[in-house]
Design a protein around this ligand. Structure first.
Ligand code: PHE
Length: 355
């Protein structure tokens, strides 16, 4: 075979032209087979080199390799170009123009939102208590064991801890840190602060989030809100507590709401009571929401236990006080007769926009 048998330059030029005008990566793959594959003219020419004189073989081999290298590199750069433009086309085709999907009415008039029912309830409760002479205070959501339990007269391994089981945080601190199960630990913060600064008496309400290992149901959420009340003053009696709760009940629910205090137990109050109102869904008849009792428990209350005063260094002979803790979510649920508290967290606009 002589050089004349194979037009290497012509072949290479033909390949270059075809590669340059390929319009897709798939077309390019076919050209690769055609010009560089096992059955291509170039490959065949390579195989035929053996039949040449050594000098001619060397020369023809060099030119064949050059032609092949050039085609390979042209192929690669064309492939990169085509892949980029194919990708751009695919992205353009997949693009979703939301303005075409969302109805024009929504586009032109973005509605103004409003506070969630529970946030509204919290603000209203603060107003009611501020009107009665309380100040609003807050405290941390992650607490030490001391604030959430021990200072509240709940020693380690006390069975009452079962009622307030929660998430424990491993922060590498020497002390046990947990998500607070009630707002009562803020009582301790406020009393410690008042003792340190000499600012007793205290008349405060403390709204905030609480956390428990509760299974969600019609009346329970594992993350919920409480509003705590704390009064520490001279000569405070259970009558002050009952009167405060009565006033608050009428201010929040309107006059005529049936409520009751039932004896109960809390380690940090003595005596203690549970505060209940008539279930607003069945008006006392009994329903799923009130577990067929006709009453809904809104929270606990009682006179501050002297053991708690001891823990913070307040003299129980001079000072007395009461405390209460109500579920804000529960209060809102009852005032608006919401059958299931889980609706508060489902973010269903049809529910939320009613309030
Ligand atoms: N912290 C109690 C609870 O969450 C409620 C409570 C507050 C009871 C204050 C008495 C006094 O169950």
């Amino acid at each position: 075979m002589s050089d004349g048998d194979l037009d290497i330059d012509g072949l290479a030029a033909e390949g270059s032209r075809a590669i340059a005008s390929a319009s897709s990566t798939a077309g390019l793959a076919e050209l690769e087979t055609e010009f560089l594959g096992k059955r291509s003219a170039l490959t065949r020419a390579h195989r035929a080199l053996g039949g040449l004189e050594p000098e001619a073989r060397k020369e023809a081999g060099r030119r064949l390799n050059e032609a092949r290298d050039r085609l390979v590199s042209e192929l690669e750069s064309r492939r990169a170009e085509l892949a980029a433009s194919e990708r751009a086309d695919a992205l353009r085709a997949d693009r979703l123009d939301l303005t075409e999907v969302i109805p024009a009415a929504v586009r032109s008039a973005p509605g103004r939102g409003h506070l969630h029912l529970v946030s509204q309830a919290r603000a209203e409760l603060e107003d009611v208590f501020v009107g009665m002479g309380f100040v609003v205070a807050e405290g941390p959501e992650a607490e030490t064991d001391w604030y959430n339990f021990e200072a509240l007269n709940i020693p380690p391994a006390h069975p009452a801890r079962g009622m307030w089981d929660t998430m424990y945080l491993d922060l590498g601190e020497p002390e046990t840190v947990l998500l607070r199960t009630h707002t009562s630990p803020v009582q301790i913060h406020l009393m410690e602060q008042a003792v340190a600064e000499g600012t007793l008496p205290i008349h405060a309400v403390i709204p905030g989030k609480c956390f428990r290992l509760d299974t969600p149901d019609a009346r329970h959420l594992p993350v919920f809100n409480q509003i705590e009340g704390l009064v520490v003053d001279r000569g405070i009696t259970f009558g002050d507590l009952a009167g405060t709760i009565q006033l608050f009940t009428e201010a929040y629910f309107g006059p005529g709401m049936q409520s009751r205090l039932r004896p109960a137990y809390f380690p940090f109050t003595e005596p203690s009571a549970e505060f209940e109102i008539t279930c607003t869904l069945c008006l006392g008849e009994g329903c799923r929401t009130c577990s067929h009792t006709g009453w809904i428990e809104l929270g606990g209350c009682g006179m501050v236990d002297p053991a708690v005063f001891d823990a913070v260094g307040i003299d129980p002979a001079e000072w007395s006080g009461f405390a209460f803790g109500f579920g804000i979510d529960r209060l809102a649920q009852m005032r608006h007769a919401v059958p299931d508290m889980r609706s508060f967290l489902e973010n269903d606009i049809r529910f939320l926009s009613q309030f």
